[in-house]
Design a binder for this molecule. Sequence first.
Ligand code: FE2
Ligand code: FE2
Length: 320
Amino acid sequence: MSEAEIKSLEEQFDAKIARDEKIEPKDWMPEKYRKTHIRQISQHAHSEIVGMLPEGNWITRAPSLRRKVALLAKVQDEAGHGLYLYSACETLGITREQMYEDLHSGKAKYSSIFNYPTVTWADMGAIGWLVDGAAIINQVPLCNTSFGPYARAMVRVCKEESFHQRQGYEIMLSLCNGSEEQKEMAQDALNRWWWPSLMMLGPTDAESTHTAQSMKWKLKRKTNDELRQQFIDQTVPQADILGLTIPDPDLKWNEETGHYDFGEIDWDEFWQVVKGHGPMNKSRLDARRNAWENGAWVREAATAYADKQREGKEEAAKAS
Ligand SMILES: [Fe+2]
Ligand SMILES: [Fe+2]
């Protein structure tokens, strides 16, 4: 293709995005757009799958049958989210195997929130309330993102996330209306999950390398700092209803801006966890790698079965 041809394709592509039309897998797209989307969508898919681990850890210990059923359903939803997203990502020309390999080798990232341990039942409440809550804030704008398969997957994902957020909040509410000890458990969970949840909205705009390009492609509709402020403004009144204290002495309503002011985030901690030094990084990756290796016989059996079926059909076609 000549340079002039590429330029014209690029112009058509930019115009399409400006008109808010979707880019579909078979449409021409700049290589950088394809690569950025593979990175973001696969990272998102990995987060859904790794995100099953901290909560899966509590399914057998849920305090009642009702809680067990709800948690089981939630963890299964996350598996479903991972599958929609891996499928959406495959349409960009990367195989599922390659994505898994990148996760297992540590080349691909997933949300660093899942590298924290879940030590009490209240963590199931705090995760649903805060982690799924922050995920919704991140993901609702993605329902309008420019890449069609990603945008469509996000519509259903967001509906399910809002259910997760409510079931988490309801766990917190029950604990906060329970005994002194249960309320303390809820407060302790909030203390541990608050700051990592704020970090989930990504580095500050000044530090975020991809924001400008992603805004231009409408992959992102709001900056990390805007999303974080929205999350805080929405969550603080919910903590008030629970009667819990947000672990930030600098948190204060600002009459002038109409937003909450908040304290300094420990970005050193964030980067440490991103680089693989969080409390659970190794355990999470080990769990994923083991699942892959121990599941090899299932994949082999499924492939062998599919081959046999195909051979059978070919024989039958020949015979007729
Ligand atoms: Fe999810
Ligand atoms: Fe969720």
